[in-house]
Design a protein around this ligand. Sequence first.
Ligand code: HPA
Length: 274
Amino acid sequence: MKIDLAFKYKDLINYLNKIVPFTPQVTIVLGSGLGDFAETLNIVKSISTTDLPGYPPSTVEGHSGRIIFVESENKKLLLFKGRIHFYEGYKIYECILPVFISYKLGCNKIIFTNAAGGIKKDYSPGDLMLAESFNGVNIKKELTDIIGIASAEVKNNLGNFTSSQLNKIIKQAAVEENIDLKKGTYWFSKGPSYETPAEINMMAKFRGDAVGMSTVHEIIFALSLGMEAASISCITNYAAGISTTKLSHEEVTETANRVKDTFGSLVNRVIALI
Ligand code: HPA
């Protein structure tokens, strides 16, 4: 059954509306690898999510999220640092809160960034991938909580999500920055653990190119609200069984850290081109 988000987050949105410095033109959800991106830009206002009434508390002590208002390339941006992941035990209506906030603040463009395991044989850790399609088969049922029984208009919108204007801009930005941007299908995995080699084998057979534990429900919700959305993954590791080395969280953070400058320059260029 669809949750009434406007009612659920009424106090939070009212509070934010009183303190926001501007209406954002673009939202960027910062995944692993882009966490410090905001600090490289002109920060107008940074708010801890612990100050927001009803914002889900972080499960990691000392790592509360921030929502950051930034001006860059003559654009007004809203950045979300610290994601709300399904595998941490949050409800789906909590995971999509950054999207809901952006929408309520009048923003109609959102770019998701995330870390993902590379399934496709010619992907290597450090590659960046634009998601041209998504496999959300693992999260279909939960989606009814946030989009309900979709109207014909919403259903039609959801079918379009690989051909947005934003994807064109991202490809153009990669060309201008000399980045070999991969294009592929992002497969949602519920977690909480990384996948088994057998699971990755299945995803590979069904043409999944990268796997991660975020974004798909967030992007579907954004599209259901009529927002323009796109997703860029940082391939942080070979997915389970693709290489002989054992997958670890350390590898994910190490790679994300290694490519953060490239990732940052791509996103900066995207912002300039929007
Ligand atoms: N699987 C799922 N999520 C991930 C991975 C992975 O291999 N790497 C980074 N996030």
